[in-house]
Ligand binder design. Structure first.
Ligand SMILES: NC(=O)c1ccc[n+]([C@@H]2O[C@H](COP(=O)([O-])OP(=O)(O)OC[C@H]3O[C@@H](n4cnc5c(N)ncnc54)[C@H](OP(=O)(O)O)[C@@H]3O)[C@@H](O)[C@H]2O)c1
Length: 176
């Protein structure tokens, strides 16, 4: 199973946070929908998933249709046991095992920071896709990896391309 971490970063190197006043760039959202479609799934933290449900860009948006119809959506949570329409699991390993059992060969990690850091810290990420938005954000989360040492010793740039409206995509492979 190949695990791909997808995240939007700000131009000043923070982990981008979105809100109604600071929505994600449409190019990044389109890219996420494309990557999720290619993988056939995504794994998401409970807080980000709740935000997706509430957002006008969310899964329930009837005007724009449902870009995630037919995807296996796996929500990571230890506080919630069931959410209609998605699979809830308690750990990164359980999420990957579930998708593997469903026949997926790639898992897409859609965020947020807690979820990304949990997978990174356990050495469970094979590739990262960073969409760098032309935004400077003062507050922000970080992708901490392991705090004391380099867990991923080999990082190779696989691709670099503009997505439009100043968003640039960097894609790296990670090897421990
Ligand atoms: N930059 C980006 O690409 C990007 C992508 C997505 C979201 N975001 C931003 O990220 C923010 C939300 O991120 P967040 O870090 O607060 O929350 P999150 O990662 O979306 O969700 C955190 C929750 O997921 C569950 N979880 C996380 N790691 C787990 C683990 N190892 N085992 C079991 N459950 C686990 C826990 O749920 P329970 O509390 O239910 O146990 C935890 O409270 C928002 O501001 C959003 O805009 C940014």
């Amino acid at each position: 199973m190949k695990t791909i971490l997808w995240a939007t970063l700000t131009a000043n190197g923070n982990y981008a946070q979105s809100s109604p006043e600071n929505p994600p760039k449409p190019e990044a959202l389109q890219d996420f929908a494309m990557q999720a479609g290619a993988a056939g799934n995504f794994i998401v933290g409970r807080r980000t998933f709740m935000g997706m449900l509430e957002s006008s860009q969310g899964i329930q948006n009837e005007q724009t249709g449902n870009p995630f119809a037919g995807l296996d959506i796996v929500v990571l949570s230890q506080s919630v046991k069931e959410i209609p329409g998605v699979t809830v699991v308690e750990s990164p390993q359980a999420a990957l095992a579930y998708l593997q059992a469903r026949g997926h060969t790639t898992a897409l990690l859609s965020g947020g920071a807690d979820l990304h850091n949990a997978f990174l810290a356990q050495g469970l990420v094979d590739e990262v896709i960073f969409d760098i938005a032309p935004v400077f954000e003062g507050k922000g989360f970080n992708l901490l990896l392991d705090q004391d040492r380099y867990l991923y010793k080999h990082v190779q740039l696989l691709d670099c391309k503009p997505l439009g409206s100043g968003v640039v995509q960097l894609r790296y492979s990670l090897t421990r």
